[in-house]
Design a protein around this ligand. Structure first.
Ligand SMILES: [Ca+2]
Ligand SMILES: [Ca+2]
Length: 323
């Protein structure tokens, strides 16, 4: 009997009768979920399957000009006041796995041959913001300027970055040493003695203001000792400086990045053609987002448009509920 009805509908469609609309193709009340772009294995249906740990993931990143669209057809009008969008699921992590993950370290002790500007702690503040150690004297091959930094805790390091991008000043000739144990801050002879460290990197003709020291294996770093023999700004000898030393570790196997819709619009419609804005959101940083309307809403169709997913991730929905 069911077959017969669909056949009739099909004939009506062929005849071009105006009642031949999308809604007549399915029984009343049947939920249909569609997305413009979907990543394999993360179907639109999983956005409303009752399981917050399984979700839809788009196959294209959402941008302002290339927004991603997810459509819900309840199959009949639905009245609700609350929309909950749960995007907390980690499965299907969609960005490319990074080669390294940044590590936070804390400055404990340090000293420098001379300080003309900045603070030693500013070298480990976590941001290459131009706030840095600058020596007072211009270094020479006979009189290197040096900096000793001791961390509050051991750091497992796979890559170190000496960043001087903001200063645009290049340590041309330098040596970077590390030790696994902390030096005594009262013993300058010891913490300035390179034989108490292992050499990490040595360059005599560096031209980069961001020096990346990549290691084959993770090492334990507690102290760093850096000697600068020549530093230049556009070919002219200048004072030694380091804006920031950034620490990176190995990417863990279970690595994922937080992701949530950052900028999106939810719209509602009853004819599937004309949509009204239910809520426009800009700057959401919560994995579970909830909207409670002051008045009850009645719609058959919901359109979810994503303009940005946090962390430059692909758009996704773990579970969206209307109650
Ligand atoms: Ca789900
Ligand atoms: Ca800094």
């Amino acid at each position: 009997m069911k077959k017969f009805i669909s056949l009739l509908l099909a004939i009506t469609c062929i005849l071009g009768v105006s009642s031949c609309k999308k809604e007549s193709e399915q029984p009343k009340g049947e939920l249909t979920l569609t997305a413009v772009n979907t990543k394999n294995g993360f179907s639109p249906d999983s956005a409303m399957d009752g399981d917050v740990n399984v979700g839809w993931v788009g196959s294209k990143k959402a941008t302002e000009s290339n927004f991603q669209v997810f459509d819900i057809d309840f199959g009949e009008k639905k009245t609700f006041t609350t929309i909950t969008l749960d995007d907390s699921f980690n499965d299907g992590y969609t960005n490319r796995r990074p080669d390294y993950v940044p590590k936070t370290v804390t400055y404990q002790n340090g000293n420098a041959s001379s300080v003309g500007d900045g603070t030693l702690a500013g070298v480990l503040s976590g941001s290459a913001d131009g706030q840095s150690w600058k020596s007072d004297a211009i270094p020479t091959s006979e009189n290197a300027q040096w900096i000793w930094l001791s961390l509050a805790e051991d750091a497992l390091v796979k890559k170190l970055e000496l960043n001087n991008e903001m200063n645009n000043s290049v340590p041309v000739s330098y040596e970077v040493y590390y030790s696994q144990t902390a030096h005594n801050r009262r013993n300058e002879d010891e913490y300035t003695d390179v034989s108490t460290y292992s050499l990490l990197d040595k360059q005599t003709e560096n031209t980069e203001n961001i020096i990346e020291i990549e290691l084959d294996e993770e090492i334990t770093v507690r102290d760093l000792f850096i000697k600068i023999f020549v530093q230049q700004n556009e070919g002219v000898d200048v004072v030694a400086s380091i804006d920031e030393i950034l620490f990176y570790g190995e990417t863990p196997s279970d690595y994922y990045e937080e992701h949530q819709p950052e900028k999106f619009t939810i719209m509602g419609s009853n004819d599937g053609k004309t949509f009204e804005v239910i809520k426009e959101v800009s700057g959401n940083y919560q994995a579970v987002w909830t909207y409670a309307s002051e008045t009850s809403l009645t719609y058959r169709y919901i359109r979810y448009i994503v303009f940005a997913e946090y962390n430059n991730n692909y758009p996704s929905i773990g579970e969206i509920t209307f109650s």
